[in-house]
Each structure stands twice: as structure tokens, then as C-alpha cells.
Design a protein around this ligand. Structure first.
Ligand code: SF4
Length: 238
């Protein structure tokens, strides 16, 4: 592939918003290798042409303004060699003084598999610390364990249409109005069309999502397991 193959030609390209798990389809207008405007992809099944304010501003965040373009130590621009040597020296000093277990890596959940492998290799293989994790575990490991035990596989068991067509939707600890705005609007539109649909929000906080709730269960923090165990018991008994 040559450099010119990488250039985006003047056109409309289809892509996906990277910000949240709704996964909205985006149509991007490209001129002179720059994305100059974005709009919701009308054909995309997740958002059907809609975007929230974050997705709608994607073109404003594509430039390099305000980004760190060069290595910098205490505010001074330095060469990559100096930056890498400085980090290596400081890590070595910590390891010599306190042992490898004194060093921990907390990685982004947005890393690609290959990046994640290299970071693990550096931490475990070269520095010798086992303290490596990503926010992916914080976000998803409890859900993965739940899916596997309940359904036998790590896969979300419903789709967006199910949420629109259900009779009862229970949102637990989710402020979807802020965190998954386009999906929240879909649920709100479905509820408007079908007033018999009930929404329950279980959350100690009164969030914007509660505006849609027929019932807001403001339980005490840490008591969610009691609620679900109670519901299971009720289901068994009835
Ligand atoms: S809801 Fe907003 S942030 Fe999430 S994918 Fe869609 S446009 Fe992006």
C-alpha cells in the first residue's frame, strides 16, 4: 500500500462512532483528506440516522489541535530517545529499590489485542510485575461471568428491538439517558408509542433516566444483591 492509498478521497464514508457501546453508524463527509462534517447513518440499525451530541461533534475532534504531539518531560519537549531513557531509568530505579511488584500498569480498554500483548510482555516479561490490568475488566468481567453462567456464552442476549418491544424494562445502575443517549431515545420513543410498557430504574441515585421510569427503586448502595435474591425467591414461590 502506498501513502496515496491511505488518503481519503473527497467523498462520503460510512464509519462507527467510537464513544459508547450503542455503536451508532456515522456518515462522514471527507474533503482533502479531512473529515469536515458528520451525520447519523440513516441505514444503520443501531441509530437509524440519529446521533447524540458527542457523536454529532466527531468532526470537531478529528484535528490535532490541543493534542500532545511530541514527548514532553516537565513541560519541556524532548526527543523520543530521551523520553524512553527517562521512563526506563525511573522504572529501573523503582524496581531496584522496591522490587518489580512496586510497579503496576493500568491500561486502556481501547487498546487493540496486539497493543495489549506488547504491554503485558513489557510488564510481565521484562519488568517482572504481575500487576497488569485494563479497565475492560472493571467494565465487563462481572457481566461476562454472568452471561456465561446464565446463557453459556459471553454474548449479550438481546438486541435493541427487544428493548423497544418488551412489556417491562428494568434498568439497573444505568443512567442510559447520559451514557447511551441514542438507545435511551429509542426506549423513550417506544414507551411513548406503547404506554403499557413499564420501565423500572434500580439506582440509589435519582438520575436523568428516572424521568422515564414508572418506578424508581432508590435502594441503598450495596443492597442490589438482596433485591435480586428476593425477586428470584418470589419467582420460585409463584
Ligand atoms: S449514543 Fe452518542 S456516543 Fe454513543 S455511539 Fe451513538 S453517537 Fe456515539
Amino acid at each position: 500500500m502506498t501513502d496515496s492509498d491511505n488518503l481519503l478521497t473527497d467523498s462520503q464514508i460510512k464509519t462507527t462512532c467510537p464513544y459508547c457501546g450503542v455503536g451508532c453508524g456515522v456518515s462522514a463527509k471527507v474533503e482533502n483528506n479531512q473529515i469536515i462534517a458528520v451525520s447519523g447513518d440513516q441505514q444503520h440499525p443501531a441509530n437509524l440516522g440519529k446521533l447524540c451530541v458527542k457523536g454529532a461533534a466527531l468532526d470537531k475532534t478529528m484535528g490535532s489541535q490541543g493534542r500532545l504531539l511530541h514527548p514532553s518531560i516537565e513541560g519541556q519537549t524532548v526527543s523520543w530517545e530521551t523520553a524512553i531513557e527517562t521512563v526506563a531509568d525511573r522504572l529501573n530505579t523503582i524496581r531496584e529499590e522496591h522490587g518489580p511488584g512496586a510497579i503496576a500498569f493500568y491500561l486502556s480498554g481501547q487498546l487493540l489485542t496486539e497493543d495489549y500483548y506488547v504491554a503485558n510482555k513489557l510488564a510481565k516479561g521484562f519488568i517482572g510485575t504481575g500487576h497488569v490490568d485494563t479497565n475492560s475488566r472493571l467494565c465487563m468481567s462481572s457481566a461476562v461471568a454472568g452471561y456465561k453462567r446464565a446463557f453459556g456464552a459471553d454474548a449479550v442476549p438481546c438486541n435493541y428491538e427487544d428493548l423497544e418491544q418488551c412489556d417491562l424494562l428494568v434498568l439497573t445502575g444505568s443512567n442510559a439517558a447520559w451514557t447511551h443517549p441514542v438507545l435511551y431515545r429509542r426506549i423513550a420513543a417506544a414507551k411513548e408509542k406503547n404506554p403499557a410498557m413499564k420501565v423500572v430504574v434500580i439506582d440509589p441515585r435519582r438520575t436523568a433516566t428516572c424521568d422515564l421510569a414508572d418506578l424508581h427503586l432508590a435502594i441503598a448502595p450495596g443492597s442490589d444483591a438482596f433485591v435480586f435474591n428476593g425477586l428470584l425467591r418470589y419467582l420460585k414461590q409463584n
